[in-house]
Design a protein around this ligand. Structure first.
Ligand SMILES: NC(=O)c1ccc[n+]([C@@H]2O[C@H](COP(=O)([O-])OP(=O)(O)OC[C@H]3O[C@@H](n4cnc5c(N)ncnc54)[C@H](OP(=O)(O)O)[C@@H]3O)[C@@H](O)[C@H]2O)c1
Length: 333
């Protein structure tokens, strides 16, 4: 089969190429999927740039990609609830390929009212959003929530999800995106190129921090006492981050001894802080499917690439200005 392969760490153009490789062999609890569409996420290109070198060891050439949609072509002998021909979506290592294999617990049946392309965009961003809010104990009706980067893959899902839950949604984005992000349902859209969100947001119940670094520390300035901050990027390596990233126990222990700025801020604001690293579950995927079936969430696609243009898709995403999601069509319709 043909697959996009990572050949080393560093520059995306030099370390990605489509190669002919063996079709994956499935074990008893896995299925083999013929991929229709893949949709890439920042983690996919950050792996190639080498950002996870220490925690995710790779042997080259390595498969790339995560979110996909497609059709099951083989099922392992311990998979009883799925069958060949089932249309599915989920998260697999090596989704930018003609075929991918994965455990049955990392996929779910594709809703009928959307295309393969549309549903391929949602697994990572949808599950990340669901898990982030779950970790905080959920969203209450009327909560004031700031969602950073509302025009990004995660942001476009998170805005719609928070509105379903009855939150008042504030979001940040650049000038060109302000109008369409408002149409997604955000109540207050802050143009980060012209305005300072710290002057506009105060007494927030929740900050959904998709940017990390100083944005994480500043979140504590604008939450109310007892407010909550959830981050997708670690601003510092502390005990919770080390645990979430599955770092070895000894390393986690060493980090737990270091002074933590976040710990101080949490105490000061009587706040809850969580760093979340998304882990795929069929439960979360079934929730995404049901939101789609009830027309509660609309996938947002900026740009479509074909398989031969996969490297360009990675380069486009890595510029950090994607509006919603980009997709790669793997199989010819
Ligand atoms: N921990 C986890 O499990 C997990 C899961 C998913 C994602 N993530 C991480 O979360 C981050 C967001 O993911 P994503 O998929 O949403 O990324 P993305 O789609 O690449 O985000 C791009 C968007 O971010 C906006 N943006 C950039 N800088 C901004 C700023 N300073 N203020 C406001 N908006 C800004 C851009 O708008 P403009 O073009 O207007 O600048 C663009 O629309 C990534 O770093 C990703 O690695 C982590």
């Amino acid at each position: 089969m043909k697959a996009l392969m990572q050949t080393g760490y560093g520059n995306l153009k030099e370390n990605l190429e489509i190669q002919e490789v063996a079709k994956p062999k499935i074990s008893a609890d896995e299925v083999l999927v013929q991929v229709s569409h893949a949709s890439i996420n920042p983690h996919d290109y950050k792996v190639i740039l080498g950002e996870f070198k220490r925690t995710e060891k790779l042997q080259f050439p390595a498969l790339v990609g995560s979110s996909f949609s497609g059709t099951i072509v083989a099922v392992g002998k311990e998979v009883y609830h799925l069958t060949e021909g089932d249309e599915v979506f989920g998260v697999a290592e090596g989704a930018v390929a003609e075929f991918c294999k994965l455990k049955h617990s990392k996929l779910y049946l594709k809703p009928r009212n959307v295309s393969f392309e549309e549903i391929s965009t949602l697994p990572v961003v949808g599950m990340t959003t669901i898990q982030a809010f779950e970790r905080l104990g959920g969203i209450n009706q009327g909560d004031k929530i700031l969602i950073h980067a509302g025009s990004g893959g995660v942001g476009t899902f998170a805005i719609q999800y928070a509105k379903i839950k009855g939150a008042k949604v504030f979001t940040t984005t650049g000038t060109n995106n302000v109008n369409w992000v408002k149409k997604l349902g955000a109540d207050v859209v802050i143009d980060y190129k012209k305005e300072n969100y710290l002057d506009i947001c105060s007494s927030m119940d929740i900050v959904f921090d998709t940017l990390g670094g100083q944005y994480t520390f500043d979140a504590f300035e604008i939450i109310k006492s007892g407010g909550k901050v959830v981050s997708l990027l670690p601003a510092e390596i502390n005990k919770q981050v080390a645990k979430e990233l599955n770092m070895p126990k000894l390393i986690a222990f060493v980090f737990s001894l270091r002074p933590s700025k976040i710990k101080k801020l949490v105490k000061l604001k009587n706040a809850q802080y969580e760093f979340v690293f998304m882990r795929p579950t069929a439960n979360n995927l079934s929730l995404i499917a049901s939101l789609i079936e009830r027309n509660k969430i609309k996938p947002v696609i900026e740009k479509k690439f074909n398989f031969r243009q996969s490297v360009d898709a990675f380069i486009h995403l890595s510029k950090g200005h994607t509006k919603g999601k980009i997709t790669i069509q793997i199989s010819e319709a």
